[in-house]
Design a protein around this ligand. Structure first.
Ligand code: ZN
Length: 139
């Protein structure tokens, strides 16, 4: 995780101040505790390092921007900030059970599709994926 982030920071030209010790301490503190989003316990097999403010939005590769969450939520969260994703989760939690499960399933599958098609890589290079934001002008 640490070396991958160091490479990502270099590619983005983003500051990188994280130490291996800081990452290790965060992971050790998080394992066994509930994920801030889904409340499932974080495990060594399924943890993920997350930027509270995404690197794509100028978030630093720094200890105070690092969060340890479950891999599932990190896959769905993508380039959302912690605040944005918290708002999404809070909203979807109000849906009826069937709709809630369907929404998270679609979000996760969409995330996997973006990984497999390079959608994330495009956005990290500053190019927008070929998706039309039909909601932008109707907010
Ligand atoms: Zn979670």
């Amino acid at each position: 995780m640490w070396s991958g982030w160091k490479q990502a920071a270099a590619k983005l030209g983003a500051p990188f101040t994280l130490t291996v010790e800081e990452v290790r301490a965060k992971v050790e503190a998080a394992v066994g505790r509930p994920c801030r989003f889904c409340r499932e316990p974080i495990t060594l097999r399924e943890f993920s390092g997350d930027h509270q403010i995404p690197a794509s939005a100028g978030g630093a590769f720094a200890n105070d921007n690092l969060d340890i969450i479950c891999r599932r939520d990190n896959e769905i969260k993508g380039n959302m900030s912690t605040i944005e994703y918290s708002m999404l989760v809070a909203t979807v939690r109000t849906f009826r059970e069937e709709s809630r499960a369907d929404t998270f399933r679609r979000l996760r599958l969409g995330s996997k599709a973006m990984w497999s098609t390079g959608g994330w890589r495009d956005s990290k290079k500053g190019k927008k994926p070929e998706v039309v934001d039909v909601y932008a002008s109707k907010a």
